[in-house]
Design a protein around this ligand. Structure first.
Ligand SMILES: [Cu+2]
Length: 148
């Protein structure tokens, strides 16, 4: 069969293994370059949005305020979801009838709760996700903070 004979004679082209190796090397090189470019671009990402550092909102104006009272290990209002835009600021004020510690997960803000004295955490929400705002001694989830 002439077709089969042709195929057999064409197969072992002597320069092909070397070409194939070069092609694989070129593809690998491009892949490494692309990966490096992606990683570098990510490292230079200017987010989060400009503004005061997350820790330094202090008593200044914020985009959103949440106030919670704790009495007899019960939070008022009850646990709810609070949604805010990433890059916006929020102040959470808690007044507890018992000594406790307030903790905002994800953004890691803490405040010591002294009985009857309002305590606040105020920060810029620069990380997207769902974060619990809780008390450590009474073990209450006060707010589920959704940042998107
Ligand atoms: Cu905690």
């Amino acid at each position: 069969m002439p077709a089969a004979a042709e195929a057999v004679t064409e197969r072992p082209a002597p320069s092909r293994p070397r070409d194939t190796w070069l092609r694989v090397a070129a593809v690998a090189l491009v892949a490494v370059a692309v990966l490096a470019a992606v990683l570098l671009a990510r490292g230079n990402d200017p987010e989060p949005a400009a503004g005061p550092p997350a820790a330094d909102i202090g008593d200044g104006p914020v985009d959103r305020t949440v106030s919670i009272t704790i009495a007899n290990r019960t939070a008022t209002p009850p646990t709810s979801r609070v949604e805010i835009a990433r890059g916006s600021t929020i102040r959470i004020t808690v007044t507890s009838d018992a000594a406790d510690e307030l903790h905002v997960h994800g953004h890691d803000r803490r405040a010591t709760l002294t009985p009857g004295v309002p305590a606040s955490v105020a920060f810029r929400a620069d990380t997207a996700g769902l974060f619990e705002v809780e008390t450590h001694l009474s073990d209450l989830v006060l707010v589920q903070l959704v940042v998107r």
